[in-house]
Design a protein. Structure first.
Lengths: 111, 111
């Protein structure tokens, strides 16, 4: 079965320090992976997707098929990065896209 | 553009009752997906609607049903409510294989 695992429920780092949010997945096909973010009192929104290979708000994520990982990284954390982060895997079944989410990691950036 | 709008924002129901949640998709989107997010968990896929038909369904009982209207808006109905149905219900709209745009959700509490 398709599964996304985010091993850390909570992660706390100091401002300016590097941050890495871990995500591992299990999927039998060729995966399409996403990171979604939810800032306080805001809706869940797409942060980045692996196929676009872009950097958003300084965050990057590289798909490692050998390790089945899609970790989210930022070299220098900022206070406004404090939020809930969800890794998600897209599964297409009969033309319908379904996202399988991990449990999420709450990132806190300390001043 | 108002984005995805959901109503109501909060709802309290008694066990055994029925509930209807509503969603208006982002302008230009024709596909609506519903997710259930229990406390401390990532969103779980309920089903997706496209062209007024249910295209794909997650692991939810038949008590959960939905509908999509010609204007692409959608409803989620839950019958015979259980205490375990208490959750945040998220609606997401998209083009058929495009990135999902989420609403703010409806917080359902079953007592």
């Amino acid at each position: 079965a398709q599964r996304v695992t985010q091993p850390e429920k909570l992660l706390s780092v100091f401002k300016g320090a590097p941050v890495e949010l871990k995500c591992n997945y299990s999927y039998s096909g060729s995966p399409e992976l996403f990171w979604y973010v939810q800032y306080s009192r805001q809706r869940l929104q797409l942060l980045l997707r692996h196929i676009s290979r872009e950097s958003i708000k300084g965050f990057t994520a590289d798909l490692n098929k050998g390790e089945t990982s899609f970790h989210l990284k930022k070299p220098f954390a900022q206070e406004e990065d404090s939020a809930m982060y969800y890794c998600a895997l897209s599964e297409i079944i009969q033309g319908a896209q379904k996202l399988v989410f991990g449990q999420g990691t709450r990132l806190t950036i300390n001043p | 553009d108002a984005g995805v709008t959901q109503s109501p924002t909060h709802l309290i129901k008694t066990r055994g009752q029925q509930v209807t949640l509503r969603c208006s998709p982002k302008s230009g989107h024709d596909t609506v997906s519903w997710y259930q997010q229990a406390l401390g968990q990532g969103p779980q896929f309920i089903f997706q609607y496209y062209e007024e038909e249910e295209r794909q369904r997650g692991n939810f009982p038949d008590r959960f049903s939905g509908h999509q209207f010609p204007n692409y808006s959608s409803e989620l109905n839950v019958n015979a409510l259980l205490l375990g149905d208490s959750a945040l219900y998220l609606c997401a709209s998209s083009l058929p294989r495009g990135p999902l745009h989420f609403g703010n959700g409806t917080r359902l509490t079953v007592t």
